[in-house]
Design a protein around this ligand. Structure first.
Ligand SMILES: [Ca+2]
Ligand SMILES: [Ca+2]
Length: 131
């Protein structure tokens, strides 16, 4: 998966899904938001992997409300239902990374999100991108 600043000239967030041995289909994640990171895991406990992403935060002095979104897995391209998130949660702070695992071992996957509770001093590459 590739995430990043597609509004600054980069590509939209996308991933490559292997459809037959050695062949990969590019799947673009249709969003106008700035995705920070994502994981694929079967969090809905059905037969299909789901896409879990975090988005938003600060970018180039503009603030975007951070969110967690879960897109449910489906059995055909683009392999996730991007028409609406299966689950959405507003996050209090910029979220840069996440992990999905079952820490309390109740057979339900848990989502752990790394957030920065202060964005000043955060840089993403160029000095002009520091806050
Ligand atoms: Ca699922
Ligand atoms: Ca759990």
């Amino acid at each position: 998966m590739t995430f990043g600043d597609h509004k600054q000239g980069g590509t939209k967030p996308h991933m490559f899904v292997q459809t037959t041995a050695g062949k990969f289909e590019e799947v673009v994640i249709p969003t106008s938001k700035w995705l920070r990171n994502g994981r694929v895991a079967n969090i809905t406990l059905d037969a299909r992997p789901d896409l879990i992403v975090v988005e938003g935060g600060k970018r180039s002095r503009k603030y975007f409300q951070p969110f967690l979104h879960i897109y449910k897995g489906i059995n055909h391209s683009p392999y996730f239902d991007f028409s609406r998130p299966y689950y959405t949660r507003k996050l209090p702070n910029a979220a840069y990374d996440l992990e999905v695992l079952d820490v309390n071992q109740d057979s339900n996957l848990d989502i752990y999100i790394s957030q920065a509770n202060e964005s000043s001093g955060y840089c993403s590459g160029k000095r002009s991108m520091c806050y």
